[in-house]
Design a protein around this ligand. Structure first.
Ligand code: COA
Length: 387
């Protein structure tokens, strides 16, 4: 953070990502929030920030700040909800971070929560699409899968990759999720399973896409200098930045370059004083395999047009140069949209503590989490470090 107080994450909590037909959005959010407070050994906080995208239409509930404060017994705290499409969780975390780092607050609880499976998939698909450009993209009947399919089609055409070159992104995510009890899918994926998977929107097949799901994840933030010097392990946030791009993909000079990922990562690297080579793992936003490739390129892990090479050569695996989706990623842990950014933070904290909920990366000391809203139009990047 720029000239502000150093912030530590002292508690985390999460629910499993699943089709939670027996739990309401309120129960999921409350479960993650109370688990984080319990982990932090705190009973209260100065403020609550809730990241969520769809609750107004999917759950007929707005006003999530007050709603959650009331449910978890913190009725008189400050509380609000933040929405920036699929990066709502990351945006809420950054808001809580800035509030505590500035000195305005002494503590914050950040919760990402989403419940997608109470509504038919077609309804959720239509609601998700409202985060694209209604006049220029929705008007043409595009969904987010279709927008990403157009980008992937163009990518294959420009750089000469074959669809199968993306298989290892999904295979790695599924393999890592098998170690994560909180993941939506815990089945291995083979190359032939990837190839034979049903087509959703050419060239995106079912195994290129993240699933719908329900879940919540939460973290408690305090200034690091208020903790006892013996506090261990101390996990701090050393970089935080956010950037936007055009809301419609066709308005970009280069639709195959995530400029908001590049600039938010560059600012986070600058604040943290690290280079991409020093990042031990990267919780990226693999909502679709093409997004994983573009994110790796924009953040400096691969040359332009070379993202799939990292998957083909094993660099993204737990023992590779830049492990990604260590707990399954969006593809296999699941993507309850407004909660995803907070899952990435929780998984990063646990990874740095040496308590990964998925595959533990030996000696992990610096981790990066990047949450993408829309088709690359709102991107939040955080770098966390174990002292
Ligand atoms: N990967 C693996 N399996 C998946 C899956 C995925 N991404 N999505 C669904 N499945 C499985 C389900 O578990 C279910 O299995 P089962 O029959 O054994 O229970 C089966 O496929 C059918 O599930 P269903 O939810 O009915 O699938 P669907 O065909 O209606 O939807 C997608 C599949 C990919 C179209 C949908 O999940 C989707 O739109 N994903 C993208 C969401 C999105 O755009 N998010 C925002 C990104 S910016």
């Amino acid at each position: 953070m720029k000239a502000m107080r150093e912030i530590a994450v002292i508690g985390v909590g999460q629910t499993r990502v699943d089709e939670h037909w027996d739990k309401s959005l309120r129960e999921l959010a409350g479960e993650a929030a109370l688990a984080a407070l319990n982990d932090a050994r705190r009973e209260s906080v100065d403020a609550i920030y809730v990241g969520n995208m769809l609750s107004g239409s999917a759950n007929h509930q707005q006003h999530l700040g007050t709603w959650l404060a009331d449910w978890i017994g913190l009725r008189y705290s400050e509380a609000l909800r933040l929405e920036s499409a699929c990066s709502s969780g990351g945006s809420a975390f950054r808001a809580g971070l800035m509030a505590v780092a500035s000195g305005e607050l002494e503590s914050a609880l950040v919760v990402g929560a989403e419940k997608m499976t109470d509504s038919p998939n077609a309804e959720i698909t239509a609601t998700l699409a409202t985060a694209a450009d209604a006049d220029w993209e929705l008007e043409q009947g595009l969904s987010f899968v279709a927008i990403n399919a157009l980008v992937m089609q163009r990518y294959l055409h420009e750089y000469g990759w074959k669809h199968n070159d993306f298989a290892n992104f999904s295979i790695n995510a599924h393999a890592n999720a098998m170690k994560n009890p909180n993941a939506r899918f815990q089945e291995a994926l083979s190359e032939s399973g990837y190839q034979k998977s049903p087509m959703v929107s050419d060239p995106i097949n079912l195994m290129d896409a993240s699933p719908m799901g329900d879940g919540a994840a939460a973290a408690v933030l305090v200034p690091a200098d208020t903790l006892a010097s013996s506090h261990s392990p101390l996990i701090t946030v050393v970089g935080s930045a956010s950037a936007t791009d055009s809301i419609a993909v066709h308005s970009r000079r280069d639709p195959l370059w995530l400029r908001a990922a590049e600039s938010s990562a560059a600012e986070a690297y600058r604040q943290a004083g690290v280079k991409p080579e020093e990042i031990d793992f990267f919780e990226l936003h693999d909502a679709f395999t093409i997004m994983a490739a573009l994110s790796l390129e924009a953040c400096g892990f691969a040359e332009r047009g070379q993202g799939p090479r990292l998957a083909l050569e094993g660099d993204i695996r737990p023992d590779g140069r830049i492990p990604i989706a260590t707990c399954g990623g969006l593809k296999a842990r699941g993507h309850p949209v407004g909660a995803t950014g907070m899952y990435q933070i929780v998984e990063s904290v646990l990874q740095l503590r040496g308590q990964a909920s998925g595959v533990q990366i030996d000696g992990a000391r610096i981790g990066m989490a990047q949450n993408i809203g829309g088709s690359g139009s709102n991107i939040v990047t955080h770098i966390l470090k174990r002292a």
